[in-house]
Design a protein around this ligand. Structure first.
Ligand SMILES: C[S@@+](CC[C@H](N)C(=O)[O-])C[C@H]1O[C@@H](n2cnc3c(N)ncnc32)[C@H](O)[C@@H]1O
Length: 358
């Protein structure tokens, strides 16, 4: 059973959580990099963040890591050699903890907790050591020139100026595998798509992209598109009093986890790959209308607003109506903007989804 942190909602904890919320929300909404320095003022800030905002980010990581592993990101570990892993801008280190729990970080790995904030580095390292005695947990950056087997990056993009972003991109280029998770806000998701473009020559995108070409959201005319997704929160988000109180006190919809992310693998390690022109991913959520749905579909031809008529694929339409599936990964046959046949994906016969009958 989860041990929830006791939060003094009528005392100073509330102010601490509100200060962080305004810091993070303001940044993800306006997309401006923050000029402020270290904002981890006390260890209690880190503890509170880890139990609340950080835990929610952990739910996103669980979903992204499941996709990353399904797409083959774990493969190619050189037998006998300890991995170098870095959690960059680690904060409380939720990304590394979740990646270890998911089995992506092998035992024996050296894990570098890297952050401009020294209290954050220490906190993150301490929590990861508690989670596993099998890892060699360090603070700071991997040595210059050392191979990086896995870079974990989470919720930092909106805090970086040009220099910080250049540094981070250089680190990502060095890494054999990159998993990068950000909020689903438009400006941030589009920023992440630009990062993807910069890494495309050296790295193959494994997820969420259904193809390995240029990102369709950045094509002229698609300025109102952004690659974002809604991972399904775990049951505890719906049933635990801790999360109900968190949602009420801070006016945060605990069930909505808008996320943008990238999973990349260096091309020399990545599996053989040919783009499948029928592969497609729904961006955001489909919009349901009577007898049809509209969805922004990303595939090898770009991003296109498409319709799905209920009569063409009733179970898929019902699945979208229920909006219960986080990963709207499909194979479609289209005629122009009309999806004519759904070949595979949630709601198709044989898939694991169980859409309710109307
Ligand atoms: C919103 S927190 C996210 C923490 C953690 N990655 C997570 O997802 O929960 C952003 C973190 O990035 C760190 N950070 C911001 N700019 C940085 C920089 N230029 N270099 C290193 N760390 C940075 C901050 O100190 C903070 O810990």
């Amino acid at each position: 059973m989860t041990d929830y942190l006791t939060i003094d909602w009528r005392g100073r904890d509330r102010g601490r959580l509100e200060r962080m919320r305004s810091l993070f929300l303001a940044r993800s909404e306006d997309g401006e990099p923050a000029a402020t320095g270290d904002y981890w003022l006390t260890d209690r800030d880190l503890e509170l963040y880890d139990a609340t905002y950080g835990a929610r980010i952990g739910w996103k990581w669980d979903s992204v890591l499941a996709e990353a592993l399904a797409a083959g990101l774990g493969a190619g570990s050189a037998a006998g050699e300890a991995w170098n892993v870095v959690d960059w801008g680690c904060g409380t280190g939720i990304a590394a903890r979740r990646a270890f729990a998911a089995g992506l970080i092998p035992g024996g790995a050296r894990v570098f907790m890297d952050d401009r904030s020294s209290p954050a580095r220490s906190f993150a390292a301490g929590r990861l050591r508690e989670a596993s005695a099998e890892l060699d947990v360090r603070t700071g950056s991997p040595p210059p020139g050392a191979a990086i087997d896995l870079a974990l990056i989470s919720h930092v993009l909106s805090e970086l100026d040009t220099h910080g972003l250049d540094q981070l991109q250089a680190l990502a280029r060095r890494a054999a595998r990159v998993v990068w998770v950000e909020p689903g806000a438009r400006s941030i998701a589009r920023g992440l798509s630009e990062v993807r473009e910069g890494l495309l020559a050296t790295h193959l995108p494994l997820a969420p992209c259904p193809h390995s070409g240029a990102c369709g959201t950045l094509a002229p005319g698609n300025e109102d598109q952004w690659c974002h997704h809604f991972p399904e929160p775990p049951q505890e988000a719906f049933i635990e009093g801790f999360w109900a109180r968190f949602g009420q006190e801070l006016e945060i919809d605990r069930r909505s986890l808008a996320t943008s992310f990238l999973v990349l693998m260096r091309r020399d390690l990545a599996p053989e790959h040919d783009d499948d022109p029928t592969r497609a991913r729904i961006l955001g959520r489909p919009r349901i209308e009577k007898g049809k749905a509209t969805a922004d579909v990303c595939d090898a031809s770009g991003v296109t607003r498409c319709e799905l008529w209920k009569r063409d694929a009733p179970r898929v339409w019902r699945t979208w109506k229920k909006a219960s599936r986080a990963t709207l990964d499909y194979r479609f046959e289209r005629e122009g903007t009309r999806i004519r046949r759904v070949l595979s994906g949630p709601g198709v016969d044989g898939s694991t989804d169980t859409a309710d009958e109307e």
